[in-house]
Design a binder for this molecule. Structure first.
Ligand code: BES
Ligand code: MN
Ligand code: ZN
Length: 491
């Protein structure tokens, strides 16, 4: 679906945001008149209160400039923030994308509202149809074009260009996540990242031989039962001053997680196609930054592996030597994400010299139990980083919630045979996983771990702006955090 901005246009459908006072906006008056008062009657007789998210779709007579008029509940004007507007746009696409009409005009009072609603439209219009060969025409969207009608179209367009780049990142992350694991495995994932070069991102791909030389026994251990070669992809976006250190974004990219020899139950295992959600988030963010030519230096590093049971797989009891030199007793081969991240974190610090690190990983089922699907778990010793990411999360709707790190949890990683084991105990599974990662982060390095196992795909009630299986969590959060904290402010 194409999105445009204009000050007036004729379209098949015209949508208006209605305040809770239920007054008809000026731009809607001509439609009301030509229809013999259908709009004002609808407002006074139907159960339409203007509450946010409400939608009332009205058929217009021939004499009108549109075949359909849609009234959108905008809620209280003073509460109409970015997320409220996104939901309005999302609800509109959900209700009318398959209406049979092609062209939609959305009228708003301000450029800001127009840009935010446009974001909602775009987020909700995402589809992943690659593998359907027999779709009925009525299941396909008819909507081809949405035009936002607002006072300052240049301003709206400008805003949307910035925000839209982050949504391109969301789309990219969703695509990577939704792909089935026979199609998207480490080598094909890496190949897709090569496409970022077209936007000015430097992309380097390391294979197993390179990683052997680096001593990355922990990451390689996870991949050794797979027929697919493991990869490490480094993506560098250099939009900031030459001398400033990059921010490093590190992602878990387990393209499929069977659990390995500690195999998972079969029910629901297909969801483990999404166990590369961290890597998808990092990749999407790099695309966002490049698309809007962000004035910051950011390096993304993704560890791509497949966790399979095989005669060559790692076993419970095996001891791996990580690139940092620390040894790890594998007590559960299903706790593989942390083994991958251990070596990628080491590489990030040794070769990219970052000023801060954020890692993202679908790391533990325990974080889903703790926080459900509406906040990622955040772990950090830096109050400042935690606060900045929380703020970006509230604005973008990709929310985070801080959980603790503490010495007592670290002790649960003690092993009889090696420097540590890869699981804690029965308790605090997300925290012990974070403590494990912390052992691979240099003293004093500002670091945040985001456990996104609950938010990378959402079960149950989903927003209209999250229409496919994968949510595409990450790029909007990280793009906003980088814009607010690592780029010169524009205003
Ligand atoms: N990829 C899983 C975590 C996960 C679970 C992500 C559910 C998304 C939804 C991870 O590799 C895993 O298997 N973790 C284990 C750790 C345990 C063995 C210590 C878990 O959470 O059960
Ligand atoms: Mn696992
Ligand atoms: Zn996993």
């Amino acid at each position: 679906m194409e999105i445009k901005f204009a000050d007036k246009i004729k379209a098949d459908m015209a949508a208006f945001v209605i305040d809770q006072d239920l007054r008809l906006p000026k731009a809607a008056e001509s439609f009301d008149k030509a229809s013999g008062g259908v709009l004002s009657q609808a407002l006074s007789s139907a159960r339409f209160t203007g509450k946010n998210g409400q939608i009332l779709s009205l058929v217009m007579p021939e004499a009108c400039d549109a075949r359909r008029v849609i009234l959108l509940g905008g809620g209280a004007r003073e509460k109409r923030d970015r997320l409220t507007c996104e939901e309005i746009g999302g609800a509109l696409v959900k209700a009318e994308a398959k209406s049979g009409y092609k062209k939609l005009a959305v009228y708003t009072d301000t450029a800001e509202e127009a840009a935010y609603i446009a974001c909602g439209l775009k987020l909700a219009a995402y589809r992943f149809d690659t593998y359907f060969t027999k779709q009925k025409p009525e299941d396909l969207p008819s909507l081809e074009q949405a035009i936002l009608i607002c006072p300052d179209t240049a301003q709206a367009k400008d805003m949307f260009e910035g925000l839209g780049a982050a949504i391109d990142g969301t789309y990219f992350a969703r695509d990577l996540m939704n792909e089935p694991p026979n199609i998207l495995y480490p080598a094909t994932f890496a190949h897709r990242l090569k496409a970022l070069e077209a936007y000015g991102v430097e992309v380097e791909v390391l294979g197993e031989e390179d990683m052997h030389k680096l001593g990355m026994g922990s990451l390689l251990g996870v991949g050794q039962g797979s027929a697919k070669e493991s990869k490490l992809v480094i993506m560098r976006w250099k939009g900031g001053p030459k001398t400033s250190k990059p921010v490093a974004l590190v992602g878990k990219g387990v393209c499929f997680d069977t659990g390995g020899i500690s195999i998972k139950p079969s029910s629901g295992m297909e969801d483990m196609r999404g166990d590369m959600g961290g890597a998808a988030a990092v990749s999407g963010t790099l695309l966002s930054l490049a698309k809007r030519k962000a004035k910051a230096n950011v390096v993304g590093l993704v560890g791509l592996v497949e966790n399979m049971p095989d005669g060559n797989s790692i076993r419970p009891g095996d001891i791996l030597t990580s690139a940092s030199g620390q040894t790890i007793e594998v007590q559960n081969t299903d706790a593989e994400g942390r083994l991958v991240l251990a070596d990628v974190l080491w590489y990030a610090q040794k070769y990219e010299k970052p000023s801060a690190i954020v890692d993202l990983a679908t790391l533990t089922g325990a974080v889903v139990v703790a926080l459900g699907h509406y906040h990622a778990g955040l772990f950090s010793e830096s109050d400042e980083l935690a606060a900045a990411l929380s703020k970006a999360g509230e604005t973008t709707g990709e929310r985070v919630w801080r959980l603790p790190l503490a010495r007592e949890y670290d002790r649960l990683l003690k092993s009889k045979f090696a420097d540590m084991r890869n699981i804690g105990g029965r308790t605090a599974g997300s925290i012990t996983a974070a403590q494990f990662l912390k052992r691979f982060v240099d003293e004093g390095m500002p670091w945040v771990h985001l456990d996104i196992a609950g938010v990378a795909w959402v079960e149950g009630e989903k927003k209209s702006t999250d229409p496919s299986w994968a949510s595409g969590y990450g790029p909007r959060l990280l793009d906003k955090w980088i814009a607010d904290n690592y780029e010169p402010s524009t205003s």
